[in-house]
Structure formats: structure tokens, C-alpha cells
Design a protein around this ligand. Structure first.
Ligand code: FAD
Length: 437
């Protein structure tokens, strides 16, 4: 039998430096085999086989593999369902311990429970760590131990608990000599499992000083490069949230606040997994959505006749990114003006966003639909024209994405704001009333 090894399983933490689970693996005293699994349970759900996120992961795996080669090691990449892959690995290798980082999505929790059991049957221990967030699960809760469901008191408690202990980096590379020495025949091409390779420029993994320092004043204007564009890197862990927080702490309270929102929604999903498929607040499950498919298609394609909405949807379709202010406006428009179920919009964003994350996307959609935590009262409905006047006053953003705006070629509004607003108020108040009766 070969010598015993540990395996570190990469998931949403595609980096060597400051990686909690990897640090513990390398300190375990066993040679560490780094592993990534292209999970066909997830890949099979992706309709577009030219998926930018899959391309991004693939590129990042190559980068990881190159770094690992400097230490005489290599990344092992498998394709299949995690259960299939682990069954085979257990047969082939002499694994003693498996290390990985927490993932709070319902599917991931179920997957990890299965793998833990499978490994346990062979006497292999499964060790998991917090890495993706600053505070997780029950670390920031009310005095009585129950979870917060409103952001402001949560963020107050979060800040009061924060100390350098929570954002100090793990000096992973100090132990890099403990990677298993081996060479691989390379990473499988995307084509080998049905995906396409194409060229696409992803946002850089660079934390811009001016963006962080001026975040508070600039973050709401989509025509300005006022936000970090680090979403994809935080999502896939190609950047450590601890390092980012440590950098931002003395520079921008409003930027730090966004990282708290990120923790908040992860915490909500962990405590209230029902949000993944239904309203956080049950009475909002009663809304009688119109779900007009033609209107939905016009929204998807940026053809609603509301320029700020159309600009946002076209930006999303072309780049995989949409500015946060515009995400709020487009989501509100779909649910309130078009009376389309927020889950349709959520799924569309999930298919397109580079930074798609179940917890944040779901939180954002439920917030916009009025059904979630912190929801503004449903009778406060965004007026897309006023939003544009306020946040894109010179129409720079709109002109970039909707060049035909202001000409005869631009579509007429799909609904009239005042009419749609009144209807939304009726439908929403009926839903909430049913619950109260
Ligand atoms: P910055 O403004 O520079 O913020 C820095 C980081 O903080 C972000 O990258 C992100 O990780 C985090 N962050 C910022 N705002 C939020 C927030 N409100 N909730 C949670 N985390 C936040 N964010 C996602 O990461 N994935 C999603 O799938 C997602 N879907 C959304 C859907 C809707 C309807 C709405 C209203 C918001 C959504 N957001 C989502 C939150 C936010 O819009 C994005 O995080 C942000 O626009 C990403 O751009 P950035 O990297 O430049 O962020």
C-alpha cells in the first residue's frame, strides 16, 4: 500500500494563499493531494455550454496547477458526481484524511453529509473549516441565541464582535513543502465534458485603492467605475475575504458594510434554507403573479421601454455583470411593474451573473420583491424614471447600453408606471391580507 495521504478538496476557495482548510490540511503531517471535482450534478443544470463561470473555473484551475508545480505537486481534477469520484478515489488511493471549507448552500450541505458518510465507512476523517465568510452560522446571533433576520442589528453585532483574530491570514504557503509530490497528465479540456472554450476578459483580481476609498460617494452611480468588481473573485475564492476586509477596514465603512451583507445572506440561507425556493415571509407566497411570458422575454432582452431597466439587462446579457443599483431597479421592475414571480428573475440572474451566488442573489431578489429580510414595505415601489434621474443624471449609462434611446427605434414602455404601481399595490395588499385573515 502507498503511504497515507490527506486530500484537500477545492470548491469555492480556488487559491493557495490564506486558505483555511488548506492550511489545516498542510499542517496535518500527511502529504496533501489537492483536488477539484467538476461536479456533473451542477454542470448538467447549466443550459448554456459556453458558460463563463465554468470557463473562469477552468482558467483558475490552470493557474492553481502552475503554482502547485512550483512545489513539485499538481492539481488532480476529476469530472463526475462527487459520490462517484470519491468512491473511485477511495479505491485507488490510501487516503487518511480529507479537508475542505464550508459551503452553506442546501445542495452543498447535503453533498458534504453524503461524502462524510461515505468516507466514514472507510475510516477516513472529514475536516471542514470556515473560509468563505468572516462570521458564519451561529457566530453572530441575538442574545437569546436566535438568528438575526434584520440587517442593521446584525451588522452592529458583527462589528462589535470583530477582532483581528477573525481576519488574520492563514500562512498557508509556509507549509507548501507538504504538498504531495507527483505529476499529473493535465487538466481535462472543457470540451471533454461538453463545455466550450472561448475568449472572455474577466474582471481583474485587483483591489483598487481609489475605489475602496471613494466607495461611499461613488457606489450608486452605474456610469462611474465606483465599485470593486470583485464579486466573481469572492464567489470562487480567488481572493480571500479576510485579506479584503483587512485592507478595507480603515478605509471605507460603507465598503465593509457590503461585506457584512455578504455574511448576512450566507447566514440567512444557512438558518432558513426554505428561502431557496419560497418567500422568507410566508404571506408573500400568496401573491397572484401574472407571469406573462412575453413580458418576461422583453425584460430579459432589455426591451421594456424603461431605459435604465433595459440598460441593466443588456449590460448583464453582454458582460455577466450588472451594477448593484441597477440590479435593484430591474428586480423591482420585474416583480412590481410586471407582476412576474421573483423566482423567474432570480433564475435568469443565476444563469447570467459571473458573481452568481445563491445566498446573495436570493437575498437581493427577495428584498426587491418585498418578501425577504429587511424588505422595504411593499407599498414603496421604485419609479424607474426617477431612479434614472437620480443615479444616471446625464444618461451616460443608458446611452452606453441603449444607443437608440430617444429615437423612433426605441420601444414604447411595456406598462405605464402609475397604472402598474396601482395594480401592484392591489395584488400585494391582497396577498398580505389573505395571510392575516
Ligand atoms: P462591490 O459593490 O464592490 O461590493 C464588494 C463585494 O461585497 C461584492 O463583490 C460582494 O461580494 C459583496 N456585496 C456587495 N453588495 C452585496 C449585497 N447586497 N449582498 C451580498 N453581498 C454583497 N451579489 C453576489 O455576489 N452574487 C449575486 O448573485 C448577487 N445577486 C444580486 C441580485 C439582486 C437582485 C441584487 C439587488 C443584488 C445582488 N447581489 C449579488 C449583490 C450586489 O449587487 C453585488 O454583490 C455587487 O453588485 C457586485 O459588484 P461588485 O463586485 O463591484 O461589488
Amino acid at each position: 500500500m502507498d503511504d497515507a495521504i490527506a486530500v484537500f478538496w477545492f470548491r469555492r476557495d480556488l487559491r493557495l494563499d490564506d486558505n483555511a482548510g488548506l492550511y489545516h490540511a498542510l499542517k496535518s503531517g500527511l502529504p496533501v493531494l489537492p483536488l477539484f471535482i467538476f461536479d456533473t450534478n451542477i454542470l448538467d443544470e447549466l443550459e448554456d455550454k459556453a458558460d463563463k463561470r465554468v470557463l473562469f473555473i477552468h482558467q483558475e484551475l490552470h493557474r492553481l496547477d502552475e503554482q502547485l508545480r512550483e512545489y513539485g505537486s499538481a492539481l488532480r481534477v476529476e469530472v463526475g458526481t462527487p459520490v462517484q469520484v470519491w468512491r473511485q478515489l477511495i479505491e485507488k488511493l490510501n487516503i487518511e484524511k480529507v479537508f475542505t471549507n464550508h459551503d452553506f448552500e442546501p445542495y452543498a450541505i447535503e453533498r458534504d453529509a453524503l461524502i462524510k458518510e461515505l468516507l466514514g465507512e472507510k475510516g477516513i476523517s472529514f475536516h471542514t473549516y470556515k473560509d468563505h465568510v468572516i462570521f458564519e452560522k451561529n457566530e453572530v446571533v441575538k442574545e437569546d441565541g436566535t438568528p438575526y433576520t434584520v440587517f442593521t442589528p446584525y451588522s452592529r453585532k458583527w462589528k462589535s464582535k470583530l477582532s483581528p483574530f477573525y481576519y488574520k491570514s492563514y500562512p498557508t504557503l509556509k507549509y507548501a513543502h507538504n504538498f504531495l509530490k507527483w505529476s499529473s497528465s493535465g487538466i481535462p479540456a472543457l470540451e471533454s465534458f461538453g463545455f466550450k472554450t472561448f475568449s472572455f476578459t474577466f474582471p481583474e483580481r485587483v483591489v483598487r485603492h481609489d475605489v475602496v476609498v471613494h466607495y461611499g460617494e461613488r457606489r450608486d452611480f452605474p456610469a462611474v467605475n465606483g465599485t470593486s468588481r470583485l464579486g466573481i473573485h469572492l464567489r470562487f475564492g480567488t481572493l480571500s475575504v479576510r485579506k479584503l476586509l483587512a485592507y478595507a477596514l480603515d478605509k471605507s465603512p460603507s465598503f465593509v458594510n457590503e461585506l457584512i451583507w455578504r455574511d448576512f445572506y450566507q447566514m440567512i440561507l444557512w438558518h432558513f434554507p426554505h428561502v431557496a425556493h419560497s418567500a422568507f415571509r410566508a404571506e408573500y407566497n400568496n401573491i397572484e403573479w401574472e407571469n406573462d411570458t412575453e413580458k418576461f422575454m422583453r425584460w430579459c432582452n432589455g426591451q421594456t421601454g424603461y431605459p435604465i431597466v433595459d440598460a441593466g439587462m443588456r449590460e448583464l446579457n453582454e458582460t455577466g455583470y450588472m451594477h448593484n443599483r441597477v440590479r435593484m431597479i430591474t428586480a423591482s421592475f420585474l416583480t412590481k411593474h410586471l407582476l412576474i414571480d421573483w423566482r423567474w428573475g432570480e433564475a435568469y440572474f443565476a444563469a447570467k451573473l459571473l458573481d452568481f451566488d445563491l445566498a446573495a442573489n436570493n437575498g437581493g431578489w427577495q428584498w426587491a420583491a418585498g418578501s425577504g429580510t429587511d424588505a422595504a414595505p411593499y407599498f414603496r415601489i421604485f419609479n424607474p424614471s426617477l431612479q434614472m434621474q437620480k443615479f444616471d443624471p446625464n444618461a451616460l449609462y443608458v446611452k452606453k447600453w441603449v444607443p437608440e434611446w430617444g429615437t423612433d427605434r426605441y420601444v414604447k414602455p411595456i406598462v405605464q408606471h402609475e397604472v402598474a404601481r396601482k395594480k401592484a399595490l392591489e395584488v400585494y395588499s391582497r396577498a398580505v391580507r389573505i395571510e392575516k385573515e
